[in-house]
Design a protein around this ligand. Structure first.
Ligand SMILES: NC(=O)c1ccc[n+]([C@@H]2O[C@H](COP(=O)([O-])OP(=O)(O)OC[C@H]3O[C@@H](n4cnc5c(N)ncnc54)[C@H](OP(=O)(O)O)[C@@H]3O)[C@@H](O)[C@H]2O)c1
Length: 306
């Protein structure tokens, strides 16, 4: 085998590089000599722009594309469906076609929202999809386009992402706890919170194995270990952050999803089973509680540095 080839870093092009997973992935890969990262945010690569996609891929000629770009404003999607399908579906096909032309495999992220949430025990990769809204449907259609166009792909469905940036449940809870005496959270919606940094770890581990010859293309699930509900998760967030900050909030009230009306319907069970990832790649779920503690350290270190 060519030793030079073995020593050459694996070039990964990340789209949507300023999102939660995109940022975490670029940050983690930067510290790993195995990889060379080209991190492109929307201003550098708009995945809905066909010509730009073709030009950028031909210019950088990466070994892999990791698509972290998405329209994931779940309620907004209901009245901005055209944009939602353009980013989550048509653009995924555009990327896949461009990858196919250059023989570049593609990693793509999807969501538990492809399911309707009626299986209390959680969803495996082959379970029947039944999206409840525009966002979930656009992600499912995007998956399907990718499957049809590019055989060398990985689709990784994840759930309940949190990180130090963007619009996520942890940051929204902290924000509300700073200004409100009473908070409420849904107690009958179950899922597994997942740190964006943990998803980044999983993607890099999968990439390494694929690059070293694992013939394991297909669809996988990943989420943090341990099922919870929004109310208990909220409690955990306040406890974890409470060691760093005094909040206004004095009371946390559990409510039913029936009393929490949103534009888009949400699945009641967002639990993804991750057995396939373990059996094929040997990748284990990490406890989201531990990830939450690390995130708090990161958030409050950043705050104290200001
Ligand atoms: N967030 C969750 O809880 C969750 C749960 C399950 C699955 N997922 C999936 O996981 C993946 C990553 O999620 P995330 O939370 O990291 O998303 P995110 O933080 O919203 O990041 C997505 C990024 O894509 C960018 N983007 C939007 N339209 C684009 C376009 N046309 N071209 C290029 N970039 C574009 C966004 O930029 P702007 O912000 O400037 O528009 C944003 O920076 C997505 O596929 C999402 O569907 C997310």
């Amino acid at each position: 085998m060519d030793v030079e080839l073995l020593l050459k870093p694996v070039k990964i092009l990340i789209t949507g590089a300023h999102g939660q997973v995109g940022t975490a992935l670029a940050r983690l890969a930067e510290h790993d000599d195995f990889f060379q990262i080209i991190a492109l945010d929307k201003s550098k690569l708009d995945i809905t722009d066909v010509a730009q996609v073709q030009e950028q891929l031909a210019e950088y000629l990466p070994d892999y594309v990791v698509n972290c770009a998405a329209f994931d404003h779940i309620d907004e999607a209901e009245h901005k469906s055209e944009l939602c399908y353009a980013v989550n579906c048509t653009a995924v096909e555009t990327l896949a076609l461009a990858c196919g032309d250059l023989s570049i495999p593609m990693f793509h992220l999807s969501t538990d929202y492809v399911f309707d949430g009626h299986y209390a025990s959680g969803y495996a990769e082959e379970d029947e999809v039944a999206p409840l809204g525009v966002y979930g449907d656009s992600k499912w259609q995007g998956e399907e386009r990718l499957r049809q166009v590019l055989p060398k792909h990985i689709i990784l469905r994840v759930s309940w992402l949190f990180s130090e940036q963007g619009n996520n449940f942890v940051l929204r809870t902290l924000e509300s706890a700073r200004s409100q005496k009473e908070l409420s959270a849904v107690s009958d919606r179950r899922g597994c919170p997942t740190a964006a940094s943990d998803v980044a770890r999983v993607i890099l581990a999968m990439l390494k194995q694929i690059h070293n010859g694992a013939d394991a293309w297909g669809t996988y699930h990943y989420c943090g270990a341990e099922i919870t509900n929004r109310y208990d998760f909220c409690k955990e967030i306040l406890i974890a952050a409470g060691s760093y900050e005094n909040f206004e909030v004095e009371k946390l009230v559990p409510i039913s999803s029936k009393d929490y009306v949103t534009e888009a319907q949400r699945p009641n069970t967002s639990v993804l089973t991750c057995k396939k990832l373990l059996s094929v790649f040997g990748i284990r779920q990490r406890a989201w509680r531990q990830e939450l503690q690390w995130l708090m350290r990161l958030i409050y270190q950043q705050d104290s540095g200001r």
